[in-house]
Design a protein around this ligand. Structure first.
Ligand SMILES: C[S@@+](CC[C@H](N)C(=O)[O-])C[C@H]1O[C@@H](n2cnc3c(N)ncnc32)[C@H](O)[C@@H]1O
Length: 279
């Protein structure tokens, strides 16, 4: 496994994913009863921007730094930016970017619980150190897809599963489709959010076709394309497939994505929010 999220931390895809993650956890936090969050590919939880890998990738410059600099963010984006600031800024300057575990921990309440799964020992160890003393946050060093089968359904009976794989391996889309369908069969009422890359070859289309035909209802597709479709570069955009999204999230995201598109990819950015499978 070569993937290290430090090279990509705070890029446009992290911004889109984490705005949506925040909205989903805010939604779950509106009910008094506790929820469970499973993050199957959690990463190390915090990425220093002066880390040589993060500096080398430099992707945060066209991600979080652009979002911070853009005018008039929608309310939800302003809340996300404030959260990032609280978790990673020193004297008004961003020195670190929070990963999904740190963002989740900041949003969780005393009766909520999370399991963060990370296969790479160095990343899992760093996350364990970061979350030390947080009884409601468990770190599991294991395969994220195995964890889907082992940890679902949760006792809380409500919550979120974030599946954010590295897409290094050719069969990642197949594993993701199978993992989501199996998890949904175990826990049909769960909220699911799966991240996937958009590439010039259009590989995601097969995955989406399979999910469309899976029999799983209520699948919302959220995409942000940052480069033209004929771009020779690998990653031209990112997508999130949401299963069982909260009521009206489609409308809320349809209002937010155009702002993110023009802030993160002025001129070339194209948003898409549509139902892959309706209710
Ligand atoms: C895209 S990053 C996760 C970023 C994180 N979810 C966030 O939003 O901050 C993917 C992570 O998955 C880890 N990983 C790779 N293969 C895995 C597997 N089979 N199971 C669990 N984690 C894995 C990588 O080490 C990497 O840290």
């Amino acid at each position: 496994m070569n993937y290290r999220h430090a090279y990509h931390a705070g890029n446009f895809a992290d911004v889109v994913k984490h705005v949506v993650l925040m909205l989903l956890l805010e939604h779950l936090g509106r009910k008094a009863s506790g929820y469970f969050m499973l993050d199957t590919h959690a990463g190390r939880g915090r990425y220093r921007l002066d880390d040589p890998a993060t500096q080398k990738g430099g992707e945060f410059a066209s991600g979080i730094l652009r979002a911070r600099a853009a005018a008039e963010p929608p309310e939800a984006v302003a809340r996300y930016l404030a959260l990032v600031e609280r978790l990673g800024a020193e004297d008004g300057r961003l020195s670190a970017y929070p990963g999904s575990p740190l963002l989740a921990r900041a949003l969780m309440r005393g009766n909520d619980r999370a399991a963060f799964v990370e296969l790479e020992p160095g990343e899992a160890g760093a996350l364990r150190t970061l979350l030390k003393g947080e009884g409601r946050c468990a770190v599991h060093e294991r395969d994220g897809y195995e964890a889907l089968a082992a940890l679902l359904p949760p006792a809380e009976r409500r919550g979120l599963v974030l599946v954010d794989p590295p897409f290094e391996a050719a069969e990642e889309f197949e594993r993701l489709a199978a993992g989501l369908q199996n998890a949904h069969a175990r826990w049909p009422g769960g909220l699911y959010c799966a991240w996937f890359p958009l590439t010039a070859g259009g590989v995601a289309a097969r995955f989406l076709g399979e999910m469309r035909a899976s029999g799983v209802r209520k699948q919302l597709l959220v995409e942000l394309t940052v480069l033209p479709f004929d771009s020779p570069l690998g990653l031209i955009g990112c997508g999130l497939l949401l299963v069982n999204p909260p009521w009206h999230l489609d409308r809320e995201l349809a209002g937010i994505l155009p702002w993110l598109a023009s802030a993160l990819a002025p001129k070339t950015g194209r948003p898409r929010v549509e139902w892959l499978v309706p209710e």
